[in-house]
Design a protein around this ligand. Structure first.
Ligand SMILES: O=P(O)(O)OC[C@H]1O[C@H](O[C@H]2O[C@H](CO)[C@@H](O)[C@H](O)[C@H]2O)[C@H](O)[C@@H](O)[C@@H]1O
Length: 280
């Protein structure tokens, strides 16, 4: 843990959000995305792990605020495992909302709540190898997501962006034939059921916790829904701070953020500086 001063948000709304968090931390929620925000992006999705400073920073911050939540496109149990979030002193009340909020894991009980998988996902999964072959992108990586979603990664192909573009339309068609949607992300297209997103998940979490201030940090397109939710909360009188874990791959988030930090290392620095400011 280094000694860091709190950065100043670039917008007046962001400053108001941070001020509210610092003034009444016991009523503040900090919610964070996993990949690209708490965990550095790596080529192999199975090798993603939380930044080494993430859990220590979260465990210092969590006891000083109302609550911390991780909101991720990953299955909740996988995020818990890759994050190293279970059984950590200080994180006894951590909540992980997986599959964009469809699943919920509570550190307090160790329980995972998850609905039945949509049968359309298995049908799409079965059709994928032939589709990838036909489109000339057979070397794209298929990520199994516990039957609740399936993702196609192009990061390790020769032309990741080109392969993504080739896949986008046909995958959307295949998904919609089974009543599913495509969630785009950093060199990935994920097929999943509609009806839930990180914005719905965050708004619901803020409501349940009765939070009076919120900070949300994300890096990818799927986090835009959470950014929208913070905008709506602000309009309803709940101050909020939007943090972008900056990258060269997704630029749209930085334009919307109150604070842009330098990837997961920057997020860890911010969490550390918040914990430090709240311990004075
Ligand atoms: O909501 P998130 O926690 O950000 O999860 C979104 C997707 O992240 C993962 O993919 C991303 O990270 C991989 C590992 O660093 C990287 O290889 C890939 O290019 C990124 O898109 C994950 O594999 C997906 O299932 C998540 O939906």
């Amino acid at each position: 843990m280094g000694s860091h001063s709190l950065p100043t948000p670039a917008t007046s709304e962001g400053k108001a959000g941070l001020d509210a968090l610092l003034a009444a931390p016991g009523r503040a929620v900090v919610a964070l995305d996993f990949d690209g925000t708490l965990a550095p992006i790596v080529d192999d999705p199975d090798k993603a792990r939380a930044h080494p400073g993430a859990v220590p920073a979260l465990s210092r911050l969590a006891p000083r605020i109302r609550s911390v939540a991780v909101i991720t496109g990953r299955p909740a149990a996988l995020a818990v495992r890759y994050g190293g979030f279970a059984g950590v002193p200080g994180l006894e009340h951590l909540v992980v909302l997986g599959h964009y909020g469809v699943e919920r894991w509570d550190a307090a009980t160790g329980e995972l709540h998850a609905p039945e998988p949509d049968p359309g996902v298995a049908a799409v999964r079965a059709a994928l190898p032939a589709l990838l072959e036909r489109l000339g992108v057979a070397n794209a990586h298929i990520e199994e997501k516990g039957g609740r979603a399936v993702a196609v990664h192009t990061r390790r192909t020769e032309d990741p962006q080109g392969a993504l573009e080739v896949l986008r339309g046909p995958l959307a068609e295949l998904a919609s034939r089974h009543g599913l949607i495509v969630e785009p992300g950093r060199m990935v297209l994920e097929v999943r059921p509609p009806g839930m997103d990180k914005g719905v998940a965050l708004a619901d979490y803020v409501r349940r916790t009765g939070a009076a201030a919120v900070l949300y940090a994300g890096d990818d397109l799927g986090d835009l829904a959470a950014f929208d939710a913070v905008d709506r909360l602000r309009a309803q009188g709940v101050p909020g701070v939007l943090v972008c874990s900056g990258s060269t791959e997704v630029t749209g988030l930085a334009a919307r953020a109150d604070l842009v930090v330098d990837g997961p290392a920057g997020v860890v620095e911010l969490l550390d500086s918040l914990a430090e400011a709240l311990s004075r």
